[in-house]
Design a protein around this ligand. Structure first.
Ligand SMILES: Nc1ncnc2c1ncn2[C@@H]1O[C@H](COP(=O)(O)OP(=O)(O)OP(=O)(O)O)[C@@H](O)[C@H]1O
Length: 259
């Protein structure tokens, strides 16, 4: 990372196009250590495309993305993999592997020339599995896991990767209510400890609980980007989701409800 860089992630005048369709008009963002940015919007609005652009997996149609102060083109791929990690939306499994072996994949950007995992790497992977409640099934085959268990293995692999910036595509996918909140609390703790988090969510109320900043894509090229309270307004959300949404206050919390 550029020693002078203040932000983990920056995007300047970013705009994204797939085929002939503009997913979003120009906007900019800055994410500092300790912050959490949530990407919201209806199906097909462009959240995953935006997350992949921020991860450096695709070029923006307009504008520039900088990781730790430098454009992706200036990053060595292994160094970038130590700096930012992506939790993809899906994990296609073609071969048998244990839960522990799968969690250890996250160490690959850190391994030495011969690629052997050390006892420390195994200890990190076991600690990550314990963090997501999977310590007892470390020797199970990933092909036999439930959807929620498999999702938590992916999260454990990302924890073993230990990047400074976490890019999460629907991290609550397949998770029950307890693990949804526990997972987002885990990433909120990591952010408070100095990491950065960008995540795609479908649940507006979880976004309201965990986001510092929100980018709301409306599916028609429109973007609202700003602080959580600026963006999470019932009228903006109703317009973006093309569905009436009300904000209800009770017990000191604001809750968004679809009509
Ligand atoms: N390679 C591609 N070629 C053509 N269209 C694409 C391509 N990749 C994505 N799209 C389209 O771009 C749009 C945005 O897709 P994206 O996956 O980013 O949406 P999303 O907001 O993450 O949606 P969801 O909530 O359903 O996961 C969709 O209409 C999708 O079909």
């Amino acid at each position: 990372m550029n020693a002078a860089a203040e932000f983990l992630l920056e995007a300047d005048r970013l705009a994204l196009k797939v085929g002939e369709r503009w997913l979003c008009c120009e906007f900019s963002l800055r994410l500092a250590a300790g912050e959490c940015l949530v990407l919201l919007g209806p199906n097909g609005a462009g959240k995953t495309t935006l997350l992949h652009t921020l991860a450096g997996l695709r070029l923006p149609s307009v504008g520039e993305v900088r990781l730790g102060g430098q454009p992706y083109a200036q990053w060595d791929a292994l160094a970038a993999a130590r700096f930012r990690g992506l939790l993809p939306q899906q994990q296609p499994d073609h071969f048998s592997a244990t839960v522990l072996q799968t969690a250890l994949v996250g160490r690959h950007p850190h391994l030495g020339r011969w690629g052997w995992e050390s006892d420390d790497d195994v200890a990190l992977a076991r600690a990550a599995l314990a963090e997501v409640g999977l310590a007892d099934i470390a020797e199970r085959d990933i092909l036999n896991l439930s959807g929620g268990e498999r999702q938590r293995v992916s999260i454990a692999a990302l924890l073993t990767q230990a990047p400074r910036l976490f890019l999460l595509d629907e991290p609550t996918n397949h998770l029950d209510l307890h693990y949804q909140v526990a997972t987002l609390e885990l990433f909120a703790r990591l952010a408070r400890g100095g990491r950065g988090v960008v995540m795609v969510l479908h649940d507006i109320n979880l976004a309201a609980r965990f986001a510092d900043h929100v980018i709301l894509l409306d599916g028609r090229g429109g973007v609202a980007a700003g602080s959580r309270d600026e963006v999470l307004q019932a009228d903006r959300l109703s317009h973006a989701y093309n569905h009436p949404i009300r904000r209800v206050c009770g017990d000191g919390r604001k809750v968004f409800l679809p009509d």
